[in-house]
Design a binder for this molecule. Sequence first.
Ligand SMILES: NC(=O)C1=CN([C@@H]2O[C@H](COP(=O)(O)OP(=O)(O)OC[C@H]3O[C@@H](n4cnc5c(N)ncnc54)[C@H](OP(=O)(O)O)[C@@H]3O)[C@@H](O)[C@H]2O)[C@@H](O)CC1
Ligand SMILES: Nc1ncnc2c1ncn2[C@@H]1O[C@H](COP(=O)(O)OP(=O)(O)O)[C@@H](O)[C@H]1O
Length: 553
Amino acid sequence: MTGVWPGSRLRAAEAAAIDAACAAGDPDRYMRVAAQGIATLVLRHLGRGGAQVRRSAVPVIAAPLPQRSQVTALAGSGVAGARIVALVGPGNNGGDGLYALAALARRGAACTAILLAERHHGRGAQALRLAGGRVRMAGTAGAERALAAASVVLDAALGTGARTAGSARGRVMAWPQLPDAAWRIACDLPSGLDAEGEEPGAGGACAGTEVQPVESQPVEPPWVDTTVALGAPSLGLVLGRGRELCGEVHVVPVPGLLDPTLLGEPAVQLLSPNEALDSMLSPRAGDHKYSRGVLGLVAGSPAYPGAAILCAKAALETGVGMLSAFTRGTARLQFGAAVPEAVVSSRDQAPDGPAASRVNAWVLGPGLGESEQDLDAARRVLASGTPAVVDASALAVVQLPALAPVPVESPAPSRPWILTPHAGELRALSERLGLDLPDPARWPLASVKQAARALRCVVLLKGSCTLVATPQGQVFAAASAGPGLAVAGSGDTLAGILGAVLTTHVTRSGAATPQELARWAAAAAVVHGLAGAAAPGPAEGLSAGIRSVLQTR
Ligand SMILES: NC(=O)C1=CN([C@@H]2O[C@H](COP(=O)(O)OP(=O)(O)OC[C@H]3O[C@@H](n4cnc5c(N)ncnc54)[C@H](OP(=O)(O)O)[C@@H]3O)[C@@H](O)[C@H]2O)[C@@H](O)CC1
Ligand SMILES: Nc1ncnc2c1ncn2[C@@H]1O[C@H](COP(=O)(O)OP(=O)(O)O)[C@@H](O)[C@H]1O
């Protein structure tokens, strides 16, 4: 897993290492490592023929940096004569850009630094000149020409030192537009994006907002194809506008830069695709359908028959021993015809009828409807204490726990549920129960943590970055899904994947801790994202996407 921290925490941990590097007489030590990481990715891009990355491609967060040996093999191709421009700000982010350009100029690229302010990193600029690169002031004819001809643009204007108008000391910078045709790469984060991405009211920062340059026009942070984060990604890359603007995020490992004792626990832990796939249990040689696990589904209604079908198909593709569906009216016939593997029973059989006796875990909600009869079935299942995914209209039956908030060291949860709201549903839940959460659309991290704590169960907040919080405050995230998932029925598919993951795990291992539930939930969200990338289009195709993703294990 990759830890993600608020920008301020990363800066504080960095500061100590940088002071030590200065005291040792090598103040630019870490900057050169950052520059090498940036140059590596530019070389890889050029070595691939400089093909333009499609903006609709799935953004990958925390993709590992390519091995240097791979890049050395590519380095001969495409670099000589490539026109590379860096927009260089007054601080250390600009220094990263200057050193990266110097490394690329030494490989034969035609490199130009465009200074956006008079002040700049002198040693970095000198290294660039020595390597044969040029340095131009923004707004000059030379700068304009270089920018117009660039095939690669490096955004090194502002990094984690970007300040909001209230606190900046008044330096005015030029803000040229990045050309659309060029491949764009950002040092640390797209300039003007706030790295903080945490708690409401913390220093005026908020998730993914942009900063205002003093006495100048507002900065719209540019979108980029690739972002190179030093040491660890900041929350700003993952939350809010970060997912939209940062493209592929690569983390440059920098041993010694971030002292774990200064850094503390990460605010969020990102699951990688491999970690998620490792959480998907395959059947064992001796398994039979009951030992693999039976998933109970309280879903579908005459008004919404399709959601239950999408959910069931996703669960079956993910892999369960058996699916037992509890639905009603005309939805029963439709469901039975569309999902012949399922055993279909009437809703009032859940969870106490004979058809429910072997159910190991439940999914409640997709297409359930809002009648008292529907909701009562969901209520009865929750009261049974069996693990459950609570989605869509079933969220309306969740109540506050009787006891005070759980102690941090709490063992297995008495409410083994995973709630799966999107931002609107979490807002509605908060209003109904008087939770007084911050707006989940604006403060996803703070709201999901507070909700999990108040409700004493795991909460998965769906979005472009899906966050899963335990009542104890641990947060896992899935940030590798693309916007193709923003399609009706996609949430029902996630509920099915998650239901299958939950069922197979609890059948094999028994009671689960909140941390295990949350990790499985994040794994399901990552697989959901991978399925969306494998089978873009309407939600009906996501089941085929799940199959192709799981075949790669
Ligand atoms: N130190 C190191 O060795 C290493 C540092 N690293 C890199 O450095 C980055 C952090 O460096 P940093 O602290 O210098 O901040 P940076 O983002 O360059 O900006 C500061 C400058 O911008 C100015 N400014 C701010 N806001 C503004 C605004 N709204 N409008 C206009 N101007 C504004 C600000 O002005 P002032 O505060 O003086 O008013 C100051 O001049 C980090 O992201 C990482 O990439 C890595 O290489 C690791 C090694
Ligand atoms: N822009 C996006 N990027 C990545 N994933 C997205 C995006 N928009 C939506 N999703 C995912 O798609 C799913 C939508 O779920 P939901 O809103 O419940 O839809 P529905 O109820 O119509 O099935 C969620 O898993 C969410 O995380």
